[in-house]
Design a protein around this ligand. Structure first.
Ligand code: NBY
Length: 818
């Protein structure tokens, strides 16, 4: 096409978008431009964008009726989608036209984008991974549905008061949600509680009936997920719980108005709130009900789709495959068996064969305390029929184990779905593993440890069903949308194909790594991104930070295994040096932290308080003279991530080796030009292999050394006594230097470190401090640093979620992709 044609088309598109926004403003929002608020403009623009996806959405839904296409069902209790509008404009390829249209209406697009409250329907990495995968699935034209829960309240909003985390409910739906389409006709009934009864059917077959104590209804809410400039729109289908009408009628019949309303309140509770724990959430009846609720609705929906496609039950595994995002949806294995056996009258062997072929399981953690378990009495009480089925799965499974390993009762006990020790419980990871045809970890190291350790017995039994799929993140949101300056610099030099061909095309940047003009432009982009973040920090936190200092950032959930406190100890050590006038070799730095702590995790909350206290002392001490600053950025979420990743010089990935399954923040940072200081953990190792050891700051123990240190009787107190810098840093915290003389507040923190230190903070301190010194030295050579930054980005192609999703398609789901 000629240039004029392209220009004309763009002008037409701008006019079209403008008209559409004005129409929605009038017909959907009932406002004239004169009285419209910014939020009205946001809603109108969102509707205008959604409208452009709906045609694709409809044709895609129709395409799914095509019998020969295998559909991927991604089952996840969390989808951390982030704001929709900006992403939709990018993926629809109408960001420039929309910007112009909005400007012509006298409004600024960024102000409009700011209005969107993000759907925080996830805790952290696992939920965000699901969102990145939906973007890649649509981009790669894989027929897929993301199935989850439409929580009315997502992850809590975090405020900081007097240095402490304070939680507030996330009322994300209060101003309406223009992205979802409710499908009242897509509703399913879910049973809870009660008991089972056996009977003989008219063919003389033994059958079981579940008589529930209550029933609830799940209603589908669909959100379109646009692929990148390909006319495809995928589906995120979230279930909201409601009361079943018959229950209301029953109560009304008895004239019990309040009873009926109570039933409604109970039912609506199921999808009310996301549990804010990012490691484990055992023992909560409502949580188990949530998991079963969304899984049962999703599977019933799958049977409905099978029926619409005119396929038989036998064809289920070829027509649909389900990925379990961790064990949270693993009750699906038992629910699939129940639906096949109780509702569709299929025999056990055939049902089991279909089930195993249909499911695959992704594990996201090795932490023993994080492996989901449900107490037997609770399980029996909430899901009596499913427990019976699990018992049957287990007894048949254990027969095969006894057959294969005669006399090895210890192995039988280890592999059983039921943990018979102490208070008996159901091990969900075992259910997920036994019921799946493929099991995967999320980084090479994690998969290796999974095979070696947590699922070793299962690996021995069936080594061929274990896979690795290293995580990835979507470059659409994490580079193109959130780092427009870098995007434009890259695109000017290598064209724009990298946006959906990251693996093959980003590497073309390497040729510019030594080019002084390019280096300068690269440096300027980073410098401007840092200046923007500095302004935001000043506005939100009130701290003035220097954009020429090294921005050293650690953002992620707060957890002892992620070791934010290792970072803090180093900061305390630097402060100590400054106080002693030993400032040689200290490079000006701004330490930025962000992340939420689970509300019940006392130590994580104390670490937040410690960061803020250290910050307050250091930022206000004239002796420091701005050489270092410490900032805690409140309410870290996807929306704030937009400003943070791109402004980092240094990315902190310092978890105890063997504890972080993969990490994905590590990828977002490196793709945006930050260098990494990190341990031999999760995907850090693969990142380092790609970008080159010389462009990565590696330190600390290996996973095997961690295990060895612990088994040899680790004594953190000895390390404290033998490392003067470390001792002084800890003593400062203990003696109240950061707490106005209060020696009590951080005592539990110091005690834990000196007596237990379960995550080997003290053991790694010296290596970390030395590595940080190498970082400081490197940063003084800005040309070299910039070159390393360019090479990092150029070599990060592997970590696009497009590559991960292709891996799943080829190795696990056996479906085609674009
Ligand atoms: O999943 C994270 C891992 O820690 C990280 O290493 C990995 O990169 C990421 C994606 O694979 N896990 C995670 O985010 N887990 C949770 O958010 C989570 C949420 C709820 C519960 C457990 C874990 N829960 O039990 O309720």
């Amino acid at each position: 096409m000629s240039n004029t044609l392209v220009q004309n088309e763009s002008i037409n598109k701008t006019e079209e978008i403008k008209d559409s926004i004005l129409e929605h403003l009038c017909f959907n929002l009932g406002k004239s431009p004169r009285i419209a608020t910014l939020h009205d403009w946001y809603m109108a623009t969102a509707y205008a964008a959604r409208e452009r996806m709906m045609r694709n959405f409809v044709s895609y839904t129709e395409k799914m009726q095509n019998k020969t296409l295998k559909i991927v069902g991604y089952l996840s209790a969390e989808f951390l989608m982030g704001p929709h509008l900006g992403n939709a404009l990018i993926n629809l390829g109408i960001e420039n036209e929309t910007k112009k249209a909005i400007e012509q209406l006298g409004i600024n697009l960024n102000d409009v984008l700011e209005q969107e409250e993000e759907p925080g329907l996830g805790n952290g990495g696992l939920g965000r991974l699901a969102a990145c995968y939906l973007d890649s699935l649509a981009t790669l034209q894989v027929p897929a549905v993301g199935y989850g829960i439409r929580y009315e309240f997502g992850i809590f909003d975090q405020y900081i008061r007097d240095g402490w985390q304070v939680e507030a409910t996330d009322k994300w739906l209060r101003n309406g949600n223009p992205w979802e389409i409710v499908k009242p006709e897509l509703n399913y009934t879910v049973k809870l509680g009660g008991h089972t009864e056996s009977y003989t059917d008219d063919k003389g077959k033994y059958r079981v009936k579940w008589i529930p104590a209550s029933e609830i209804k799940g209603i589908a809410y669909d959100t379109p997920v646009p692929g990148y400039k390909n006319g495809v729109t995928g589906i995120l289908r979230l279930w909201k719980s409601e009361a079943v009408e018959s229950f209301d009628f029953h109560a009304f019949d008895k004239g019990d108005y309040y009873g009926a309303v109570h039933e409604k309140v109970f039912s609506e509770n199921i999808s009310k709130v996301l549990y804010p724990n990012d490691v484990s959430d055992e023992g909560k009846r409502l949580r188990l009900s949530q998991q079963y609720f969304f899984v049962s609705c999703s599977l019933q929906n799958a049977f409905h789709i099978l029926h619409l496609r005119g396929l038989s039950i036998d064809e289920f595994p070829e027509s649909m495959t389900f990925q379990l995002n961790d064990t949270h949806p693993s009750i699906a294995i038992a629910e699939m068996m129940r639906l096949l056996i109780d509702e569709h009258q299929v025999g056990w062997e055939k049902a089991w064969d279909i089930t195993k072929k249909t499911f695959a399981y992704t594990n996201h953690t090795l932490l023993p305390e994080a492996l989901e378990k449900w107490s037997l009495p609770l399980f029996a009480n909430v899901l009596p029929r499913l427990l019976e089925i699990i018992y049957e799965i287990n007894s048949r499974f254990l027969l095969t184990i006894r057959d294969k390993y005669p006399g090895d009762e210890d192995r039988v006990r280890r592999m059983s779905i039921i943990d018979e020790r102490g208070n008996k419980s159901v091990r969900m990871a075992h259910l997920a593993t036994i019921g799946s045809h493929a099991i995967n970890g999320v980084s090479a190291l994690h998969t290796k440890l999974l095979k070696q350790d947590v699922l070793h017995d299962f690996y021995e039994l069936e080594p061929d069903i274990f896979f690795n799929v290293t995580n990835g993140v979507t470059p659409r949101r994490w580079i193109k949308l959130y780092n427009p300056r870098l995007t434009s610099l890259i695109t000017t030099h290598i064209g724009e194909s990298w946006v959906n061909h990251l693996e093959t095309d980003l590497v073309k940047l390497e040729q510019y790594a030594d080019d002084p003009t390019f280096q300068q432009a690269w440096h300027d982009v980073k410098r401007q991104n840092k200046t923007d973040l500095a302004h935001l920090i000043q506005a939100i936190v009130g701290t003035k930070v220097n954009p020429d200092s090294l921005f050293d950032i650690q953002v992620k959930r707060i957890h002892e295994y992620k070791r934010q406190h290792l970072n803090v100890l180093y900061i305390a050590h630097l402060y100590n040096r400054i106080k002693q006038k030993r400032t040689d070799g200290i490079t000006p730095r701004t330490f930025i932290f962000g992340g939420k702590a689970a509300p019940g995790y006392v130590m994580a909350k104390l670490i937040i308080k410690l960061i803020n206290s250290v910050g307050e002392t250091i930022n206000n001490d004239p002796d420091v003279n701005g050489l270092i600053k410490v900032v805690f950025f409140p309410d870290f979420n996807v929306k704030n991530g937009a400003h943070i990743y791109k402004a980092a010089d240094l990315s902190e990935q310092i978890s105890t080796a063997g504890k972080e399954a993969s990490g994905t923040g590590n990828m977002k940072f490196a793709m945006n030009g930050a260098l990494t200081i990190g341990t031999f953990d999760g995907a850090n190792i693969e990142i380092m292999e790609c970008v080159g050891e010389e462009n990565f700051f590696l330190f600390g123990l290996h996973a095997a050394e961690v295990a060895e240190t612990k088994s040899n009787g680790y004594r953190p107190y000895d390390i404290y006594n033998s490392d003067e810098d470390l001792k002084q840093a800890i003593d400062m915290i203990q003696s109240g230097v950061f707490s106005h003389g209060d020696t009590g507040v951080f005592q539990p923190f110091v005690d834990t470190l000196l007596n237990y230190d379960p995550f080997l903070v003290l053991k790694d301190f010296r290596a970390y401090a030395e590595c940080q010194q190498r970082v400081s030295d490197a940063y003084t050579n800005q040309k070299e640093w910039t070159k390393m930054s360019i090479l990092n980005v150029a070599r990060m192609g592997k970590f696009s979620s497009d590559r991960s999703v292709k891996d799943y398609c080829e190795n696990i789901w056996k479906v085609n992709h674009a």
